[in-house]
Design a protein around this ligand. Sequence first.
Ligand code: SAH
Ligand code: DHB
Ligand code: MG
Length: 238
Amino acid sequence: MDTNQAETVSNQDTTTPGQEQWTAVDRYITDHLVPRDEVLEEALEANALAGLPSIDVAPNQGKLLYLLALMKGAKRILEVGTLGGYSTIWLARALPANGRLVTLELEPKHAEVARGNLERAREAEKVDIRVGAALDLLVALHEEGAEPFDLIFIDADKKRIPAYLEWSMKLAREGTLIVVDNVVREGELINAESEDPDVQGVRAMFEMVAAEPRLSATAIQTVGSKKWDGFAMAVVVG
Ligand code: SAH
Ligand code: DHB
Ligand code: MG
């Protein structure tokens, strides 16, 4: 069954939960477990005001990133794809006062909005926003001998995920956690015929991880306010 067929079936079958229920359940989860936070809400408002797309992680996903960074005791975090810094604020909050987060963003306007949001969140001092093509910036980080990162969050253009993963591994150490967002894309992940370079990028990442003994990995599908998607997680084991 192709994904278009699946979508048609679920839309006609009122007993099958869909977007409305996923969003309602996300709201329930967030109402209970993710306390209201003016700084984060203002960041999303500032993003909307500046015309940024609302493709930030959902609040409960941001909290997951925060918890993962806490679990790792992360002192150095790398993020690929800043947008308005919503996920950046979540991650930065898990860092100790002397922790460091480097986040890479192609669009100067996104970086500017992120800077404002991080300042309002009082996290700007921990965060180094670098503007440019992420691949160039990853190479530059490697060339300047950057200390290894404890957690790396890959969330930029999906077609380059394999390249970002390759360079991330050079910026990692044994034990580094690498999280990749948006790896399911409403099921397009399993469409081997897809001509979408983003889907091809995600699929190439799975092939790469499968063949890489230095990584131990899994991926989890998610539904919620950000539709049907998922994330991959890999730990550097060697
Ligand atoms: N992590 C953010 C969302 C990032 S959206 C959050 O959850 O809040 C993806 C971002 O990647 C966009 O801001 C986009 O401009 C940026 N991007 C796209 N291509 C890029 C590239 N080649 N290098 C760096 N950033 C890129
Ligand atoms: C897109 C990018 C994201 O990082 C995301 O979480 C959702 C969508 C996109 O480019 O469409
Ligand atoms: Mg994303």
